[in-house]
Structures are given as structure tokens and as C-alpha cells.
Design a protein. Sequence first.
Length: 239
Amino acid sequence: MSSATERLIERPGLRLIHWPAWIPPDEAEALERQLGAEVPWKQEAITLFGRCHPLPRLTCWMGDPGCGYRYSGLENVLEPWSPAAEQLRRQLQALTGWRFNSLLLNRYRDGCDAMGWHADDEPELDPAAPIASLSLGASRDFRLRPRPSPRRPPGLREPEGYSINPGTKSGPNPGTGATCTSTGSCCAPFNLKLAHGDLLLMEPPSQWWWQHAVPRRQRVQQERLNLTFRVVRPSPPAG
Ligand SMILES: O=C(O)CCC(=O)C(=O)O
């Protein structure tokens, strides 16, 4: 782990902390190779209107027993923590104070692999916990936008300045991801470049108000791995 300095990215209802090169390049390369080899990657498929669609990426879920959950309509089979994933979970606990008990790994084989707009707001997730996202390999765009129809727990008030139709307001250069201080002008979609070794912490209540996506980028030929560490409220053992 490096002593990379972090950057705070704030919008109404959104709070992200970004550590560029949290893992230095040579360590990140070794880690990418290790995860590429030790993780049991598979290509899941979802069924929509009776037709089967393979996901445009390879995935794997790891976690503590009882910490799996449904995601994109898929009931996920939990794999045990691999050695590299377990080591990262310990480092993230030291950094954040959170003991992550579930991990989704995504392998984007090239720029044709992608992830559509979504928020990580499944009811099994602890809403007080952040999601820690580590990127390895190719740099990819990570897009953010206010949720077209925010779904939130009863009683949670809309953040001051939040707008799902920001087109009429001009933001202070949303492309930079610069810290936003003037509420009401910062709800335009924006882009973050996530590069080799970068860590992104998505803090509550970001998932209630914002969505994210990793769009297709045909010119990207290199592979990318992304690991999102989560805190699931464990389900009671069956029986
Ligand atoms: O690949 C990424 O950076 C994002 C992954 C993601 O959105 C997710 O795992 O829910």
C-alpha cells in the first residue's frame, strides 16, 4: 500500500474518496496476476423476456458464510476468500475501520466489457457502510449521475441542492471531479478515471441518490479487474 493522498469528491447526496495509485504499480501488477489466476471467474447470464443474455464481463462473489445476496436478479454462489482478497480485506479494514464481509469481483476482458447504470442499494447491504472499490489494469471511465428515480428509505430527506434534472443549472466543471462547495449546481453527470491501483470509497448515502456505470470503450484493449468490498447484514442460517 502506498501513502497516496486522497481526494474528496462531493455532490449533493454523494460523497466519494479517491486514492489514486493506492497500490503502487508493480505491486498492483503482481496482485492483478494473482487474482487473475486464483479467482474462479465465470460468465453469468441473466434471462430477460425469456431470452438468455450473458453478462458482458466475468464475475465472482466471495464472502463470509451467509453473506451472499441477489444482485442483477442473480442468486450468487459465494466462494471462500482467496488469499489475495483476504489480504486486501485486512488492509481495507485498517484503512476504513470496516470489516467487509462480501466481495464482488468483475473482470472486464477489454473495452467491450462493461457495467450498466445501477446503484448498490440492495436491502441486504448495511446502509451505514461504505463500498470500497479497487481497480487494477486498464484505466476505465467510471460515470456517475443522479438517479432518475431515487429510491430511498422512508423519512430520508432529499439532500439540499439535489436535482435529477440538472440540465438548466451549470456546474463548476463537473468533468474534473473537483470538490463541490456550492450546493444546487453540481448534479450534472460526471466522469472519474479509475486507473491501475486506484481505490474509491463510496460513502453513504451516495447509493440512495446516485448511480454509476462503466461504459463500453472500444479503444481499450487491456483487461481490467475491479473489486467492490461490501458489508452485508448476514442472513440467519437456514433450518
Ligand atoms: O467496475 C467498476 O468500477 C464498478 C463496479 C460496480 O459498479 C459494482 O461492482 O457494482
